[in-house]
Unconditional design. Structure first.
Ligand code: FES
Length: 135
């Protein structure tokens, strides 16, 4: 696993160990968003469950920094194959967040490190991956 680099989009994200409630209840092909802080210091991330793994990214499209979800907790395209931005329709690979179609091709979503503990899923340390196996 490659370590996740901390970017500007993560500067207000909560510290390692912060719980992500009900993450293990996210069904396959579904997502859940989590908000932290308020106002200019607000940070929103989301988890997507796909094929037995959870992927975590900052909810921030690299095109014009809009939120990605096109309905609450809806981040995948109709075919459930890619993350889709609800603003202009960019498509992103789940595995690495790379945009493969739309106005920001080649740019990437910001990964969020996560960790599976005895009490559930938490924000991970910067040396941990943005993907964990859950099934
Ligand atoms: S804001 Fe996401 S594609 Fe334009």
């Amino acid at each position: 696993m490659e370590p996740v680099l901390i970017s500007l989009q993560m500067r207000f994200c909560p510290p390692a160990g912060t719980p992500l409630p009900d993450a293990l209840s996210i069904k396959s092909d579904c997502s859940k968003s989590y908000s932290f802080g308020a106002g200019a210091q607000r940070c929103e991330i989301f988890l997507t469950h796909k094929d037995g793994a959870l992927y975590a990214y900052v909810n921030d499209c690299p095109h014009i920094h809009s939120p990605l979800d096109w309905q609450p907790d809806r981040f995948l395209n109709r075919e459930n194959t890619h993350i889709k931005c609800g603003t202009h329709g960019a498509l992103f690979e789940l595995a690495d967040g790379r945009c493969i179609e739309g106005p920001c091709v080649g740019r990437k979503l910001t990964p969020v490190p996560i960790s599976l503990t005895a009490t559930g899923v938490v924000i991970g340390t910067e040396t941990e991956d943005h993907r964990i196996i859950v099934a």
